[in-house]
Design a protein. Sequence first.
Length: 176
Amino acid sequence: MPGPRYCEGETITLRTIEAEDVEFCQRLVNHPRVRTRLFSDGPINRVQEQEFIESATENGVNLLICVDGDPVGTIGYNDVNHRWGSAEIGYIVAPEAWNNGYATDALRTLTADAFDERRLHKLTAQVYATNDASRRVLENVGYTEEGVFRQEAFVDGAYVDVHRYGLLAEEFEASR
């Protein structure tokens, strides 16, 4: 059973990640269709996933994306720079839940929370050039491509570009 509700979108609920959710999170990041879209070095065991979850909440927010009470993914932001009012946001949705708008709803919901409740000024995200779906999610919420790091990452046997996206609080507010 996922942790307490944090906030709700139109189709999703964001909840805290509890000890019993570590197995779901570990399966998610190790899924072959997900793993190649992440900025990760390799398979993650249960202890490593638990440590990641704990470290992600030290300087940020890390939540489950739930639909009808069941987890379908995770979303969060980290590397919070309180002086600048910025953080990097990221999300993962299980392949069986793709193409339902859950990532877009979760991103819109957590972005609103970051700007409205946490008083952040800017959120950024990085995505592989090969991950068109994630790029569409960012653009649907209003994030703007700010630059490309050419051949920055080695994924599936090839070097790929990494695209950086950003969104300012006033841009998000104007789009509501």
